[in-house]
Design a protein around this ligand. Structure first.
Ligand SMILES: [Fe+2]
Length: 268
């Protein structure tokens, strides 16, 4: 199922990846973003820089499906962790949890479309807590609302309620990184033509919540649909065609004419 306004085949994306200098500057000399494309397709972003200790673990992990991403958040000191959106393929996520020696304490869902919750049960066992929007159909033990925080050791995850793509869509802000689910992709946004969607609410979530964040905040989407696997609020503000439409009618026009727009502008 294509549940987005866009999805771009981009086999060459990884040759064009650039590490944001701002991220490295923020992280300091011994930390940074390390991005791999291993032979098995695993790629991840981590604040563990060549094995040296950093306070936060953050990895972007291939989750199968329609180029879905899962995320792994952890505290280097306590080794507590949280997994976000376990998908159809949890093998790489599980492998990274094991390799890092993390004890998963939370499963978080950005929203409850099936490709983002399909792997919940792999991790949601024992005393692991499931966290999602308070009215989400997965009946989370931790019922999140806008501004709620989850503590993973010394790492704080802040929940932002960003409905629109789906009625229970949330973004998660951890450090300088924003996990956007299907609300915002690199160069595109999630679709709103489904039951439980609202273009009006998505417009509000994008302009009045996400774009209120600092340009330096990095954007980590729920699918690898863009020209690169992650970007920043500033990059999206400047380059995402949907975010150029500050008038709702123009925003809707682009949603309804996206295929034409892509063809006209050479977007794959
Ligand atoms: Fe979705």
């Amino acid at each position: 199922m294509r549940n987005a306004d866009c999805g771009m085949e981009n086999q060459e994306a990884y040759s064009a990846i650039r590490i944001p200098q701002s991220a490295i500057k923020e992280a300091g000399p011994t930390c940074g973003i390390l991005l791999h494309k291993a032979s098995d397709g695993l790629r991840y972003v981590s604040t563990t820089w060549y094995g040296k200790e950093c306070p936060m673990i953050f990895e972007q992990i291939d989750a199968g499906g329609d180029r879905n991403f899962s995320y792994l958040i952890g505290d280097e000191t306590t080794r507590l962790g949280a997994v976000v959106d376990p998908g159809y393929d949890t093998s790489k996520l599980q492998a990274r949890v094991n390799a890092l020696g993390l004890k998963v304490a939370y499963v978080l869902n950005t929203h409850t479309h099936h490709d983002h919750i399909a792997g919940n049960d792999v991790f949601h066992t024992g005393d692991v807590k499931l966290a999602a929007y308070k009215e989400a159909k997965v009946n989370p033990e931790i019922k999140l609302d806008h501004g709620a925080e989850i503590q993973v050791g010394s790492v704080t995850i802040k929940a932002l309620f960003t409905p629109g793509h789906y009625l229970d869509s949330m973004c998660f802000l951890v450090g300088d990184k924003l996990i956007t689910g299907d609300t915002l992709f690199v160069g595109c946004i999630g679709g709103s033509g489904f039951r439980g969607s609202s273009a009006e609410k998505q417009f509000h979530s994008l302009f009045d919540i996400i774009l209120k964040l600092d340009d330096a905040i990095e954007v980590y989407p729920g699918h690898d649909y863009g020209e690169k696997p992650f970007s920043s609020v500033g990059y999206e503000r400047a380059n995402n065609p949907f975010l150029q439409r500050t008038n709702f009618d123009e925003f809707m026009w682009l949603k309804e004419h996206w295929e034409e727009y892509k063809a006209e502008h050479g977007i794959p």
